[in-house]
Write a protein of this length. Structure first.
Length: 277
């Protein structure tokens, strides 16, 4: 069997960069025929609980496989696939996924307030997937996605949105605070220390630690570092500015600290990563 190994890519960041577009994003990777990826925002009632829905499809030539390497992302997803339903926790290291034949997935990127209803111990989900017993959800999503067009995707997302609406509790004060925390980390590029984050939120470092443990499953520092890594990786991929400038804009002390983060979490330097994409 010929192994088609594409360059490292981070689907979450790619979809984010698409700005919510719903037309297919095509990728030709060696003999990987096609990969499409769609991101769809949730209905207003789910916005405090779900950041967006995402839907990839792939189709490879017979006998071929594609090994995907995906950057760590500090959030959890509810994922439906032909294999069933899983709750996938936040990742702290590069993940690998083997694609073959044709397939699809439908996921909901959960906000911290939404994760609280599906897991009371999210720290146990780090780098893990936990099966969810939801046969009706799996069956109805699969049925809808037999239609590979826009209407099938719309129906599948509607099924998943209804399921989540019925099972996720309205966000409480702690959940909303955790959402605010996530928004702040994503928005404020210069926040690189835990004490900075606690000060901006107006809470103690200890309270911040409890908040991220309960609603994200990571430490505050791990949350900050993975968001910065996501943004740094996007900037490195774009190739428009130098590494020293990227490090300065994202609050790193210097380029060597950016390089150290890359090497620790990805196993390669920013320069090597730039050459690989």
């Amino acid at each position: 069997m010929d192994l088609v190994r594409p360059k490292i890519r981070d689907f979450a960041a790619e979809v984010l960069a698409q700005g919510g577009m719903t037309s297919p994003a095509r990728r030709h990777l060696g003999r990987l025929v096609i990969v499409t990826f769609h991101r769809v925002l949730p209905p207003a009632s789910l916005e405090p609980l779900v950041r967006w829905f995402w839907h990839p499809r792939w189709r490879l030539a017979p006998g071929e496989a594609s090994r995907q390497e995906i950057l760590p992302f500090p959030a959890s997803n509810l994922v439906v696939s032909p294999d069933g339903v899983v709750l996938a926790g936040p990742t702290t290291r590069v993940a690998h996924r083997e694609l073959s034949g044709s397939g699809w997935a439908l996921g909901a990127l959960l906000r911290p307030a939404g994760l609280a209803s599906l897991s009371t111990e999210p720290w146990r989900l780090r780098d893990r997937e936990e099966p969810i017993h939801a046969p009706e959800l799996a069956a109805r999503v699969s049925e809808a996605l037999e239609d590979e067009g826009e209407e099938g995707r719309r129906q599948a997302i509607e099924v998943m949105a209804t399921w989540l609406t019925q099972r996720l509790a309205p966000p409480d004060a702690a959940g909303l605070a955790a959402n605010e925390l996530e928004d702040l980390v994503a928005r404020e590029r210069t926040v690189v220390r835990v004490d900075q984050l606690a000060q901006l939120l107006g809470i103690s470092v200890r309270s911040l630690q409890r908040l991220t443990r309960r609603h994200v499953g990571l430490t505050p520092l791990a949350l900050v570092r993975r968001y910065r890594l996501q943004e740094a990786a996007q900037r490195v991929r774009d190739g428009e500015v130098g590494l020293a400038e990227i490090a300065a804009e994202l609050g790193y002390v210097d380029q060597s600290h950016l390089t150290a983060d890359f090497r620790e979490m990805l196993g390669l330097t920013p320069a090597s990563y730039r050459r690989s994409v």
